[in-house]
Design a protein around this ligand. Structure first.
Ligand code: C2E
Ligand code: CA
Ligand code: CA
Length: 759
């Protein structure tokens, strides 16, 4: 089905889902990479802080080591003697000026007296003007003050004046250069009191940090590439640095005076760069898996949607034709009536039934029947508007909902459908003549239930069939009463058969002299409230309701029982086509023969041509068996339907019964006499007995006799009467007198309704 195919093909919603899915994957990957980056950055920041700490401590250590190297010279009795006790420039020049430069690596050394005044200065071991180094001395003053304070506290607490902490090493900046500054008091290394009490001089050494020292520092702490930034030089963003800041007084803080910079180790970044590839690869893989899973889920979902759609379609459509079924019909009709309520106007509901569809099924088989249904479904679909609905309710029953219509348009459509469906149809198994009948109901009341609308259209269809098929009829209110009565009678008949409440009357068949030579059994039924019902109505009703076999069996039993009353007479019993086709028919007859003790030879079976219509071997076999058993066969209503010589020669028939219509036309229609003569001639040629039924007048009797038909049945001699009345006639030697104008009246049927025509 087209809509199913479209459901199975690619769905754009999959593409719609793919975009957000891809976005989710990208965002997830970005989040993962971002987190990794942040962790890496934090690790790097930690590592950088650690390196900065190491570099600071390392430089402080270098400064302290330098300062400590001063103490063998400064903490020495000789040094006190040559400074505080008696200032000796030669000694100082040698032991401080030169020694500090040559062995302790101080490019500049200063001697300060107990007041802090620079009294000696040396640059690269050469004496210089002390006044030039006042600035440097001022920067060192803080250190010396601190040493003096410590020294004073020691003296005050009675400790020896010299101790480890008599030197201080610091880093200092000067003109953008980093220097190691070492300061020490000149103190005795003995306990000589004269030396102890002397006010100590101080020494300051200054050494510019060299790149070799920085390299050593780099190697020692595994912090490669430590270098001093030149003035104005900016470090790269990634580089780590240690800044030396000072305020104007030499205290830390304040503006940046020198910066050491290096490329810090970045373990986080390294790890990140290593992990990035695999992470991206894994993410890509997961993304691909997610998309494949999505695709498969979507495929499964599409499958579900498709099968749901299929199930829905099957639930709402007829499998054979693909047309809407009863459920969908009801739904569409509801929608149409809802619109009626809002907008007014009319909606037509048309029931279409194929004429004699059952015959097609019975003669050509069910496959041919199905083919015809499909063929007709297609044809009707071709002539309705797209806004109308054509549904199949089952069997050969179609229904159309025509919206926005009126009586004229509904009639026009009904005519079009009749024209379209009437004609020869070539099926695989043969050609059939197809026609249909249509029942229409025109709705203008939006409150009607679909079932009621359908019932009305169905009633109209009955009427159309009743009128002779191949036409349409509109629903009228009176039809309701008809159908209600039908229901009442159906129930009544069922009950009557069940209670054996059916009568059988008998009509004599007489010869030319008025002698009874046979009797026809005819059934009668009187409804408890409605009175007598005509057999012409209730026999077809019994056929339609599936009661015919039971009813036939009942009548046959009664006829066989009554046959005992009239030993020399044949009792003719009408047997319908339905009974003949019933599998247990022969067995039932045998049982009845045994049960009633009647001989088959006393019973004549009256069949109509309808029985022979089913031109199959089964009918032939049944008829042969019947004759074999001793029954005789009479062909009723001869000349009306499909009478043909073929039947008479093919089937084992004993008697033909000329139909009443020919007899009543005698003297009216000249043709009738000719037909009767032809039939009688034919019967004689085939060696068959002939009987005429429905003989009401002497004239008819005379013509028949002249034509060669000597056995007659009709009101001229007797109406059908109760068995007791036949008994009475038989007591009178079985001879009947003629009743001109009709025999005494048996109760006439009051209910004479037109039966629903069988398909
Ligand atoms: P049928 O078999 O052709 O029965 C003859 C019908 O013609 C009977 O009508 C009978 O009353 C009527 N008839 C007899 N003589 C005259 C006459 O001179 N003038 C007129 N106008 N009518 C006459 P009935 O009893 O109403 O039966 C009608 C049909 O119902 C029967 O036609 C038969 O086809 C069917 N039928 C009646 N009884 C049975 C039955 O027991 N079994 C079956 N299967 N069908 C039955
Ligand atoms: Ca009959
Ligand atoms: Ca008849």
């Amino acid at each position: 089905m087209p809509q199913n195919e479209s459901l199975v093909t690619k769905n754009p919603s999959e593409l719609k889902l793919l975009a957000p899915m891809a976005l989710i994957v990208i965002v997830a990957v970005c989040a993962l990479v971002g987190s990794l980056w942040i962790w890496a950055d934090q690790a790097d920041a930690l590592s950088r802080t650690r390196e900065q700490t190491l570099v600071r401590l390392g430089l402080d250590q270098i400064a302290d080591n330098h300062a400590q190297l001063m103490t063998p010279v400064t903490i020495n009795d000789d040094a006190v003697k040559n400074t505080a006790i008696s200032y000796n420039p030669a000694w100082i020049s040698k032991n401080i000026g030169r020694h500090f430069h040559n062995f302790l690596n101080f490019e500049t050394s200063l001697i300060l007296d107990d007041t802090g005044k620079v009294i000696g200065a040396y640059h690269n071991a050469r004496p210089t003007d002390p006044r030039e180094d006042e600035k440097l001395a001022a920067r060192a003053a803080g250190l010396i003050d601190k040493l003096r304070r410590i020294h004073a506290q020691r003296i005050a607490s009675g400790l020896p004046s010299n101790a480890d902490s008599d030197h201080i090493g610091r880093l200092m900046t000067f003109d953008g250069q980093i220097y190691i500054i070492g300061a020490s008091l000149i103190l005795p290394d003995s306990t000589d009191s004269a030396l102890q009490t002397a006010k100590p001089f101080a020494v300051v050494g200054l050494h510019a940090l060299t790149s070799a020292e920085l390299l050593r520092l780099s190697q020692h702490y595994m912090v490669p590439g430590i270098h001093l930034l030149k003035p104005g030089e900016t470090r790269s963003k990634r580089a780590a640095s240690v800044e030396y800041r000072e305020d104007g007084t030499g205290h830390p803080g304040g503006r940046s005076l020198a910066t050491l910079s290096w490329m810090p180790d970045a373990p986080g970044r390294t790890l990140f760069m290593h992990a990035l590839g695999p992470v991206l690869l894994i993410s890509l893989g997961l993304g691909v898996i997610a998309i494949i899973l999505l695709h498969q889920t979507q495929k499964a979902a599409r499958g579900l949607v498709a099968s749901e759609a299929r199930a829905k379609h099957m639930a709402l459509h007829d499998g054979m034709t693909g047309l809407p079924n009863r459920t969908l019909f009801a739904d569409r009709l509801n929608q149409a009536t809802e619109r009626l309520k809002r907008q007014g106007g009319h909606v037509a509901v048309m029931c279409i039934g194929l004429d004699r569809f059952k015959d097609v099924n019975d003669t050509l088989g069910h496959l041919a029947g199905d083919e015809l249904i499909r063929h007709n479904a297609q044809k009707i679909s071709g002539i309705i508007r797209s806004c109308d609905t054509l549904a199949r309710l089952g069997g050969d029953e179609f229904v159309i909902i025509q919206t926005d219509t009126d009586a004229r348009a509904a009639a026009a459509l009904a005519k079009r459908v009749l024209e379209t469906l009437t004609g020869k149809v070539t099926l695989e198994s043969g050609q059939v003549f197809s026609s249909c009948s249509i029942g229409v109901t025109l709705l203008h009341d939006g409150d009607i239930e679909p079932a009621e609308a359908l019932r009305q259209a169905d009633l109209a269809l009955y009427r159309a069939k009743d009128l002779g098929r191949g036409q349409y009829a509109f629903f009228e209110i009176e039809m309701d009463a008809t159908i209600k009565l039908r229901k009442t009678l159906e129930t009544g008949l069922r009950e009557a058969i069940h209670a054996d409440d059916i009568d059988v009357v008998y009509q004599p068949q007489v010869d030319h002299f008025g002698h009874i030579v046979g009797i026809e059994a005819l059934c009668r039924w009187t409804h408890p409230t409605r009175g007598p019902v005509a057999p012409g109505y209730f026999i077809p009703l019994a056929e339609e309701c599936g009661l015919m076999n039971d009813l036939g069996h009942l009548i046959m039993r009664r006829a066989m029982q009554d046959a005992h009353r009239w030993p020399g007479l044949k009792v003719a019993v009408n047997v319908s086509a339905t009974q003949m086709r019933c599998k247990g028919f022969l067995a039932g007859l045998k049982e009845l023969l045994a049960e009633t003790g009647t001989r088959a030879e006393q019973i004549e079976i009256e069949i109509t041509e309808g029985v022979l219509l089913n031109d199959d071997s089964t009918t032939q076999i049944v008829l042969r068996d019947l004759r074999h058993m001793g029954f005789t066969i009479s062909l009723d209503d001869f000349g009306t339907g499909y009478s043909s010589l073929g039947y008479l020669s093919r089937y084992p028939v004993d008697k033909i019964k000329i139909d009443r219509s020919f007899i009543s036309n005698l003297g009216v229609d000249p043709e009738a006499e000719a037909v009767i003569r032809a039939i009688i001639k034919l019967a004689k040629a085939l060696n068959l007995n002939v009987i005429a039924e429905g003989v009401e007048t002497r004239a008819q009797k005379t013509i028949l006799r002249q034509a060669g038909c000597n056995i007659i049945q009709g009101f001229l001699f007797s109406r059908p009467v109760a068995a007791e009345a036949i008994d009475e006639m038989m007591r009178n030697e079985g001879r009947l007198t003629i009743h001109d104008g009709g025999a005494p009246e048996a109760p006439r049927a009051r209910v004479k309704l037109s039966p629903r025509m069988p398909n």
